[in-house]
Design a protein. Sequence first.
Length: 172
Amino acid sequence: MSVNIITTTEAGKVLRAIGVDGSLQILAHYTDIELSPGEALFFWQDGEQVPYFIRTVEQQDEQLFVVTLDELDNKEQVRSFVQHPFWMLSGKTGSKVEEEESLNGWIVYDHTGKEIGEVLFTADMGSYLLLTVMFHEKEVLIPLHEDMIHEMDQENQRLVMELPDGILDLED
């Protein structure tokens, strides 16, 4: 089976927190980078890359942006990100996507048999894979670890898994 594995690429650095609403000024490493609401920025936390989704973005110049991130709405919450790098999915920074194995096109179901959606692409996060799945017309990131898999049906491209509590609620 061939699978598209998408890796993350260091895309820039957080320069400073701005104001009291959790806004961050970031400097991108690439001039052709495009940031938009809903895009994920990844930060290392507890040894893993954790995605935070852009709520708002304002481009100040070619490589300088001010962003707010979902779930971070005050200066105290974002202080730990200042002067630290951020990553993006490699395809979003102009980096080439590695092709090894693909779950693209597979349908994800929860352990009760409820269809969640189609896998759009897979990101290798080091210790686990991160699936981007279309759920209710939105892209949802779902971590994939072997302990979460109930069934993988290659013939029907069907993946049944135990989803982390509340992961789909975060996207509403």
